[in-house]
Design a protein around this ligand. Structure first.
Ligand code: FES
Length: 159
């Protein structure tokens, strides 16, 4: 009489080998899960956000009459007789990017309108477009900080 193992082997893998392999595979998966948990525990959750301040170039690049739209930074840069200033291009309603018009700015999403100083003139926008602080770095470059608002109308002169 043949043993049970011998009978199973005739058809391929024996039942004992199959169960042993299954147990090993299960143990290996459990071990990987534990290792993943351990690595996750020690891994920092720190998230690195893009800096809110950015250089826009030297003052000589902004002669009186300059208007620059920096889409990637979501800001408009102006230079007039009063000085240099930066106004956000993000609509204060739901965050669409506004575009410039003859009289100021307009939002394409829900129609908010702003005057040239960024003050709301119509639409659902709850407040005007923020003006951002501009400083000068030690290398002479101008730096806009979109995390630091200044009162609307604040203009800067740089040498
Ligand atoms: S997002 Fe600008 S009006 Fe709604």
């Amino acid at each position: 009489m043949r043993s049970e193992d011998a009978q199973d082997k005739e058809g391929g893998v024996s039942r004992r080998d199959f169960l042993s392999f299954s147990a090993l595979a299960t143990a290996a998966l459990a071990g990987l899960g534990i290792l993943a948990g351990v690595f996750r525990f020690f891994k920092s959750d720190a998230r690195y956000e893009e800096s809110s301040s950015f250089k826009i170039g030297k003052p000589e690049n902004f002669p009186v009459g300059t208007f620059k739209k920096l889409d990637d930074k979501k800001v408009f840069i102006f230079s007039d007789e009063g000085g240099l200033y930066a106004i956000s291009s993000v609509c204060t309603h739901l965050g669409c990017l506004v575009f410039e018009t003859e009289t100021g700015f307009q939002c394409p999403c829900h129609g908010s309108k702003y005057n040239q100083a960024g003050k709301v003139t119509s639409g659902p926008a709850p407040r005007g477009l923020p003006w951002y602080e501009i400083t000068q770095d030690v290398d002479g470059s101008l730096v806009v900080d979109s995390s630091r608002e200044v009162p609307a109308g604040t203009k800067n002169r740089f040498a």
